[in-house]
Design a protein around this ligand. Sequence first.
Ligand code: HEM
Length: 470
Amino acid sequence: KDFPPGPQPIPIFGNVLQLNLESPIADLERLAKRYGNVYSIFLGSRPAVVINGLQAFKEALVNKAADFSGRPQDLMVNHAVQVKGTDQVILADYNPGWRQQRRFGIMTLRNFGMGKQSMEQIILGEIHRIIQQFEQSVGNTINPHRLFHNAASNIICQVLFARQFDYEDEFIKFFVDLFQETSKIINGRWGMIYDSIPFVRNLPLPFQKAFKMFKISHERRLELLAENKKTRVPGKPRHFIDCYLDELDKVGDDASSFSEDQLCAFILDLHFAGTDTTANTLLTAFLYLMNYPQIQERCQQEIDKVLDGKDEACFEDRNQMPYVQAVLHEIQRIANTVPLAVFHCTTKDTELMGYSIPRGTIIIPNLTSVLYEEGQWKSPHEFNPENFLNDQGEFVKPEAFMPFSTGPRVCLGEGLARMELFLILVTLLRRFKFIWPEDAGEPDFMPIFGTTQSPKPYCMKVQDRRQGVF
Ligand code: HEM
């Protein structure tokens, strides 16, 4: 009674056959037009409520945060990722253990230099590698797909365990493949089928690949932990893993949520969440900047002016770059990198915009609906930095800008991600001009859907902006 309305489900399948599983985004938008901003769909026999638009987001994820911040526990992603009953962090339900782990994670990332010099140094160090790769491609075309994934992965690896891998290293290759492939499976066609139709779960269907890859990834993380323990000096942390082990020494694993298994899970969460998201946002950035050359050029003018006489950019410089800030935010808005956030779950019987929603209902926060919401943006459906500029040309951030979601589950790595995006973009635009190759045809801006969505593979032509100057 009073459950949100939605399309009529059919037995066994619920509504999954009525959605385009290649990308359900357009169908979800169509359903919002028909049923309103809070409506229901059935994943097999499981009810889910889709939340759309800023108002519903604020009411659910902020004002009623305690009711709407759980995580479902019986989806493919839980079965594939969870090890030995650990809670993970991303997938942990709304409970004291999750809160403890999350608080530790935020604090440790911050102390390791989130907003401080050392994190900047890690990022700038990795940028040198990216530059080297681009230098080799000057005058030619390059597919940057793997490069940005490697770079994002390497940055988070240095934070987690102070290792910077060669881009050809097996370790980095394995994890980048794992993240790219499984992020497309989890919320994609096969993940939806697994979640909706329990009797197919043991069949040899493509989702089995995700299970296998996560199992291998667990073994690799165990090896990494064992190696790290050989050189660790308690009380002298070198990176995230050491900090965690120090904390474990302090609090013990009996009465706390801290344990080595939980650490192993935490590493995967940060490595996964920190790679595919940032890399795909960067790929979207260059796809658009190449195809809007006047916007790229205006960024370069501002960058040249602000960085004049400086060797390197720093994160603080963003305050002098309103246009670059506007472009970067517009890129994140249009990229819509995590289109359905991570599914939430109600922790108790609750209400939303006049509807009753029982405890344990899957909540799908449709971030796309907010990032493209009519009435919230000057140009909701176009790539236009004016969405983030006022009449005086100053940078402004509308409330509906929430690519990192909102509420207690808001992205834990937002600070790191924002620093990476700014420094990488600014440093690369200062040094190179990126050109859409003449023979590349019309650009295809329609992303490939997944938990994180990515642009279709493309090539870029690279020109060194210093040539002719020196
Ligand atoms: C452009 C880059 C990124 C975007 C767009 C992004 C977006 C998101 C979104 C939408 C969520 C789900 C929030 C929700 O459930 O409501 C999330 C969660 C999370 N993100 Fe990010 N993220 C990015 C980068 C990162 C990085 C670099 C890290 C790691 C350092 C990270 C770590 C996490 C974690 C651990 C969570 C789970 C938080 C929790 O459940 O309490 N993310 N992110």
